[in-house]
Design a protein around this ligand. Structure first.
Ligand code: FES
Length: 462
């Protein structure tokens, strides 16, 4: 679901004031549109943190929603009426006195409390409580919030194939498995289509039929939703391993799923770049910027610098211009390695492409400028948005868990069967490594999983 400009807005309360959101928008998107850049502060040095990855991967956006702490603002869709507050910052997140801890960093090195209280463990325990309070960590949900999140049903389910991940490849694999006659359970954490909804082009020529990844994701999601053999558990679903079974927590249901075959379609992560100030609000990874523009319908900043190590950064610069953002420059260590047409398009739009790297982002509460070093020396560029675009990393945690269980790893749960054939775990899309497979590959992988599960062919897929 993407933010809808045509319907009536909804409202929620943020730290005592009413904030408007478009239907379908997340808390993170609505707060960004409202001008809120600092969503939390880091535990120890209380550095400001804001919308960074957009997909629940960086931990920079936890808020307390209706008494429940640790809710990712970038993932929680606004329903209306929520009471939301930040978790750290005193007297406010903008002006936090504990920020002084950053100045005392040399005294507060990792594990300093253990060295300081080696001989007085009782003092160490007390100090830890104080530190937890200062860090704003370990708070319990209110009794009402705890009751509202407790699982109300414990179910078991047996299907032929589980597909974990509802991005483009997961959707295609689910349809492939179902076409082979399998009963399919598709488990997805966010909105069906995932990060593909933010892509107005086609990553690595993944398909020919659709105009863009976004179009493809919407079409496949509709096919999946309408398919009688595919059940979707989406929203806040989480999956972990317990032997060969999958435990899925979806909204308030806890479901233990047994399936002879699994398709791992967990996608990939954006990879940050190391430079001073890369954690300031306003420094965002490529997918977050695309999500703000194309899914949340929010302008991500006013003036941007795009730091890139791939062609995607050039595409994003183009999309930013179309969204009304001034692009100060594209900074690339090797512009000559990028497609000439992308470089020429920016040239025509009078966006300079600088050969170099970012050195430091400046700004007290968020990005105000970025210092860039390159062949022509060092220069400072004004920007309240610094986009980092780099080659991604496969999200392969689930794949490896599955591998260890199958291999009879000693850390696997007791009784984990080792005879669970490896051809029953199929990895598709960018989780399989990059560049990502095509949609046809993912569909074929779904069919393979169905055959490995012993599903009876139901019909021949056209
Ligand atoms: S986890 Fe929400 S922005 Fe990264």
């Amino acid at each position: 679901m993407t933010a809808d400009r045509t319907s009536e807005p909804v409202r929620f309360t943020f730290e005592g004031r009413s904030v408007e959101a478009l239907p379908g928008q997340t808390l993170g998107g609505a707060l960004h549109a409202d001008g809120v850049r600092i969503l939390t502060r880091s535990f120890k040095y209380r550095r400001p943190r804001g919308y960074t990855c957009g997909y629940g991967a960086c931990g920079n956006c936890p808020l307390t929603v209706d008494g429940l702490p640790g809710v990712n603002a970038c993932e929680r869709t606004v329903e209306g009426g929520e009471v939301v507050r930040r978790e750290r910052g005193w007297p406010s997140a903008g002006v936090d006195v504990f920020r002084l801890a950053d100045a005392a960093a040399p005294l507060l090195t990792a594990g300093f409390q253990f060295r300081l209280f080696t001989k007085t463990p009782w003092l160490a325990h007390r100090a830890e409580k104080v530190m937890a309070w200062v860090a704003g960590a370990g708070r319990r949900p209110s009794a009402e919030a705890a009751a509202a999140t407790r699982a109300t049903s414990h179910e078991t389910r047996t299907v032929d194939v589980t597909v974990v991940g509802g991005g483009l490849s997961g959707l295609a694999a689910a349809l492939g498995a179902a076409a082979e006659g399998a009963s399919v359970l598709l488990v997805h954490r966010g909105v069906l289509g995932g990060r593909s909804l933010g892509r107005s082009g086609s990553a690595a020529g993944r398909h020919r039929t659709y105009g863009s990844d976004r179009e493809a994701a919407l079409a496949l999601a509709a096919d999946v939703a309408a398919h009688p053999s595919i059940e979707v558990l989406d929203g806040t679903a989480v999956a972990t391993f317990d032997g060969v079974d999958l435990i899925v927590v979806s909204r308030r249901r806890r479901i233990q799923v047994s399936a002879p075959a699994m398709v791992v379609a967990t996608g990939s992560y954006d990879v940050p770049l190391s430079f001073a100030g890369n954690d300031k609000p306003g420094v965002m990874l490529a997918s977050a910027v695309r999500k703000l523009m194309h899914v949340e319908r929010v302008r991500p900043g006013r003036r941007a610098v795009v730091v890139t190590e791939n062609a995607t950064g050039y595409e994003i610069a183009d999309e930013l211009l179309a969204a009304g953002v001034t692009v100060s420059a594209v900074v690339d260590p090797d512009p000559s390695a990028r497609p000439a047409d992308l470089v020429a398009a920016l040239d025509a739009a009078k966006v300079p492409v600088l050969a170099g790297r970012p050195v430091r982002v400046r700004g007290l509460r968020g990005a105000r400028s970025v210092v860039v070093a390159g062949g022509s020396g060092t220069r400072r560029l004004r920007a309240d948005l610094v986009v980092v675009s780099r080659p991604e990393r496969p999200a392969e945690e689930l794949r490896w868990q599955r591998h260890y269980v199958e291999a009879g790893d000693t850390h696997a749960p007791k009784g984990a069967p080792t005879a669970h054939a490896t051809d029953r775990t199929v990895v598709v899309g960018s989780a399989a490594g990059l560049p990502a497979q095509t949609l046809d590959d993912a569909r074929d992988a779904g069919r393979r999983a169905a055959r490995a599960a012993g599903a009876a062919p139901r019909r021949v897929d056209a």
